[in-house]
Design a protein. Structure first.
Length: 648
């Protein structure tokens, strides 16, 4: 027996900062479809996904909820795994960066890079984006904000280890411009011009200001910073430098890494540099896709435009959602999500197109032949064109799958679906059925339709794995008939095939009614929540003031010079605040929400003319402005205004 050729495909490991939404699904569903297709082709597939569970943001989120970081990520991982099960994701391995074997690998990689001289100790001072866990130079910021997510950045200064990037600049530029490593290739120009041509800066690879991470073995006040930790998962999951698995030689290098465009830089520049430093082969392809956008914005919980995939899947079936997001997304481009686009796509392609083709064909076989076709045949007009469309399909789909162009692969399959529906109109089986002498011709027309459906549904089973077996069962296709190896052949079904009528594969949706109901769910407008009701009542109870009253409050932009805990208090922090003229002492009860070092250098808004008051023996001259929601509190920061600016 010939040994199967290995094929290794990975999603990025997801950062568990909240519940997953439909925007999380594209990469995983796309990789799952590729993995399923490769298995159909006979490959020995390893499909990896997982979660990236370290970092400052996780530590902060856990503290807000009063749990340990591990407890926090454990709950979110359950949700992610639940979603992947719901979406019928066939991953072979799920890695968590808190897994012992991954930690072992990361520590050994860090030490090896240090021993080789690629990692050195220094001091970092720069702009830091907490959500992205990325340092940026001033020139890389866009309007003073993170170039990846558009959020505010903060000044950060700390002792850190750095990874030397410059030794690999030339090789990475050639990788991006002279090979097909990056798909689509148009992304390479953007990376080269923005990051390589200006000069690759050394990468900060350790932190000391928080503890939730993998300790550096030879300097344990440092924890390994996100990208050496996160990116190493692709090889730690195969057993590289650990005893958990022994599949590195079998599956590496990866055939496909698939990522969204916001983490393209890390996978196209940093990851190859790490592998070059370790003298390891590079992955064969990096496929970069866009974002699923909602009203022109990247889907995000913080923006309030999250679409819950559990809700959508319950209403339409996971396969319909899988098909929609894959069919709408062209590799490298963004895909706009709306209720109307989704419903119309389900109706046009799945209900009216494929579902109608299957139900009409099966119904005619039952009506005219009692469910089993006779074996007599008579060819006629239009047969050859349908057969050519069907038998040439697999090679076209193979080509698009090799290029990770799933949208085009699906479009090609649905050309066959459309051709088969047109064939029904061209041959008019209901007219043929009126002539008793034409039974052989009628049987041929219906058999040709069943064969076209067999080929289309077999290839579609990689994309819609729950529904396609039902379609194949309805047309009487056995497991062998519905094999990839038979998708370029016509006449595979038995001549006397028996069909089995079943439920509609994709029921047609009432567009207007469904859009109204779905918008109501997504926008949470079905009724006033308890939280909203409480807020409304609170606002209604606030006494109104006049402009003269408001004018009495002097709000100023000030800078935090020093910050330290107040002795004998667990809640109070003592600040030295510069108001533009002089320093003043301010005490604030925010110790449960911020560490002192997080606030030094920040610009805040101060109620400057508040009467002094003694708190735990310290006189406080002013009040720091903050926002409170439930148990959460956030200080209001002002980064782009001079100290002393008046808030009005």
């Amino acid at each position: 027996m010939c040994q199967k050729k290995p094929f290794y495909i990975t999603t990025p490991i997801y950062y568990p900062s909240g519940n997953p939404h439909i925007g999380h699904c594209y990469t995983t569903v796309a990789c799952d479809s590729i993995a399923r297709y490769r298995r159909m082709q006979g490959y020995d597939v390893m499909f990896l996904t997982g979660t990236d569970e370290h970092g400052l943001k996780i530590e902060q989120k856990a503290a807000e909820k009063g749990v340990t970081p591990k407890e926090y990520v454990d709950e979110i991982v359950k949700t992610f795994k639940g979603l992947w099960k719901f979406m019928n994701i066939s991953y072979d391995r799920y890695i968590r960066t808190t897994d012992d074997y991954h930690i072992e690998t990361v520590q050994k990689i860090f030490k090896e890079l240090y021993d080789k001289g690629y990692i050195y100790k220094g001091e970092y001072k720069g702009k830091y984006c907490t959500p992205c866990e990325s340092f940026w130079t001033e020139s890389q910021l866009i309007d003073g904000k993170c170039p990846e997510c558009g959020r505010e950045v903060t000044e950060a200064k700390e002792e850190a280890y750095f990874f030397k990037m410059s030794p690999f600049a030339d090789r990475i530029e050639k990788l991006l411009t002279e090979t097909d490593y990056l798909q689509p290739k148009t992304r390479a120009v953007e990376l080269v011009n923005n990051f390589i041509k200006p000069g690759l800066e050394d990468l900060c690879v350790s932190r000391t200001t928080f503890k939730w991470g993998i300790p550096v073995t030879f300097d344990e006040k440092h924890i390994v910073y996100v990208w050496i930790d996160a990116l190493s998962n692709y090889i730690s999951a195969l057993g590289y430098k650990n005893e958990k698995f022994d599949e590195f030689d079998k599956y590496w290098p990866a055939d496909v890494h698939m990522v969204a465009k916001d983490i393209m830089r890390f996978h196209a520049i940093i990851w190859p540099a790490m592998l070059m430093a370790l003298d390891l082969p590079l992955p064969k392809h990096l496929a970069v896709h866009g974002w699923i956008t909602f009203n022109g914005q990247k889907m995000s919980k913080s923006l309030g435009n999250v679409v819950d995939p559990f809700v959508l899947g319950e209403r339409y079936g996971a396969d319909a959602i899988r098909y929609h997001i894959l069919r709408e997304m062209a590799l490298g481009a963004d895909s706009s999500f709306s209720n109307e686009i989704m419903i119309n796509r389900i109706n046009s392609d799945l209900a009216n197109g494929l579902g109608n083709l299957v139900s009409r064909t099966v119904a005619m076989v039952q009506k005219y032949f009692g469910g089993t076709l006779p074996t007599e045949r008579e060819s006629g007009e239009f047969d050859d064109d349908l057969i050519e469309t069907a038998t040439s399909l697999r090679a076209k789909v193979d080509d698009f799958m090799d290029k990770t162009q799933l949208q085009n692969a699906l479009a090609e399959i649905f050309k066959l679906v459309s051709r088969a529906n047109k064939y029904i109109d061209e041959t008019a089986p209901w007219v043929i059925a009126k002539d008793e002498t034409k039974k052989a011709r009628l049987a041929t027309v219906l058999y040709n339709l069943l064969e076209a459906i067999r080929i289309a549904c077999t290839l579609l089973s990689a994309f819609m794995p729950t529904t396609m077996p039902k379609a194949l069962e309805q047309i009487g296709a056995c497991e062998k008939c519905a094999g990839y190896e038979n998708c370029d052949k016509f006449g595979v079904l038995p001549a006397d095939v028996t069909v089995h009528k079943g439920d509609a594969l994709f029921p047609r949706i009432d567009v207007e009614k469904e859009i109204e109901e779905l918008n109501s769910i997504i926008k949470n407008n079905e009724g006033e929540s308890e939280e909203t009701k409480a807020l409304r009542e609170e606002l209604e109870g606030v006494a109104q003031i006049g402009i003269d009253d408001f004018a009495k409050v002097d709000l100023r932009v000030c800078e935090v010079k020093t910050c330290e805990p107040v002795k004998k208090s667990k809640k109070l922090l003592q600040f030295t605040i510069f108001d533009g003229v002089k320093d003043r002492t301010v005490v604030s009860g925010i110790a449960n929400y911020y560490k002192p070092e997080e606030l030094i250098g920040k610009k805040i808004i101060l109620v400057q003319n508040l009467k002094p008051a003694k708190l735990c023996g310290v006189e406080s001259c002013g009040m720091i402005l903050s926002a409170v929601h439930g148990d959460d509190l956030k200080v209001v920061f002002v980064d782009n205004m001079p100290v002393g600016s008046k808030i009005c």
